[in-house]
Design a protein around this ligand. Structure first.
Ligand SMILES: Nc1ncnc2c1ncn2[C@@H]1O[C@H](COP(=O)(O)OP(=O)(O)O)[C@@H](O)[C@H]1O
Ligand SMILES: [Mg+2]
Length: 249
């Protein structure tokens, strides 16, 4: 399965890279559409998180390129990537636990330059996430796992990104919070944000996505409309835990 994405916001082009002498990405190529949610699925260890690290300047890249809005950003520093409009929400908990919710948001707006710009972005974040407004003075560690993930997303938004990379946001969250986080991503997409997500929770993630990418052994194996990926019998067999009828001989 393959599709054309016209004028993608991001494109990985034959990326090869890994850790030390260990090559994980073996010529990884795929485009990421604008104002859409693209979900990457694939077996454990396929290189999904590594792909994000490669995009976000955290991996030794041997060859290949990362293009953002047509511009080569391979090996760019994180400061530059943030400035260009890419934010990265890694797997797990990445907020400052001892700081207040509000202080966490302010940390995300450091690059905004002026105090006024920062305050107005914090207000925008608190308008979007009412739970964060209610808890703005609370220590971040008192938030539930799902609320912390929303705070991470909100903090990422402080830098006014065009593209959000988000790695396994649903991990460890209650089904209700997963719904909340996914609904937030859909809302951001509807407002024009481009989102590249990795998810183990493949079915739920694809259901809210526009495009799906299947990654295996550091390569893109399949790319398509999320609905088509969901309906693909091979994908179902491998990742969706579905009962699939075998073709009759
Ligand atoms: N920091 C690291 N150093 C060495 N190997 C790593 C490191 N991080 C991940 N790996 C290896 O890279 C491979 C891909 O990992 P990863 O990208 O995290 O997979 P996925 O996110 O698809 O589950 C795995 O074999 C993993 O053990
Ligand atoms: Mg991973």
């Amino acid at each position: 399965m393959a599709i054309e994405i016209e004028d993608p916001i991001l494109r990985l082009d034959d990326l090869v890279g890994g850790y030390g002498r260990l090559t994980i990405l073996n010529g990884c190529t795929f485009p990421v559409a604008r104002a859409a949610i693209t979900t990457v699925i694939g077996p454990n260890g396929a290189g999904k998180s590594t792909t994000f690290k490669a995009i976000f300047g955290m991996l030794k890249i041997a060859s290949g390129r990362v293009l953002f809005e047509g511009e080569d950003i391979t090996r760019a520093s994180q400061a530059i990537l943030l400035k260009k409009g890419i934010c990265y929400v890694p797997q797990g908990r990445n907020i400052f636990q001892e700081l207040s919710v509000r202080d966490n948001l302010e940390m995300g707006g450091i690059a905004l330059g002026s105090e006024a710009a920062m305050r107005s972005k914090v207000e925008e974040a608190l308008d979007r996430f009412t739970i964060l407004r209610q808890k703005q003075k609370a220590q971040a560690s008192t938030l539930s796992g799902g609320q912390q993930k929303l705070l991470e997303i909100a903090r990422g938004l402080m830098a006014q990104p065009k593209l959000m990379l988000i790695d396994e946001p649903s991990i460890g969250l209650s089904p209700l919070m997963v719904k909340d986080v996914f609904a937030t991503l859909q809302q951001l997409r509807d407002q024009g944000m481009s989102i590249l997500m990795v998810e183990q929770n493949a079915r739920s993630a694809l259901e809210i996505s526009d495009y799906g990418v299947v990654l295996e052994t550091g390569r893109m194996r399949m790319i398509g409309k999320a609905q088509d990926i969901l309906n693909d019998p091979r994908v179902a067999r491998m990742f969706l835990g579905a009962e699939v009828e075998l073709d009759e001989a």
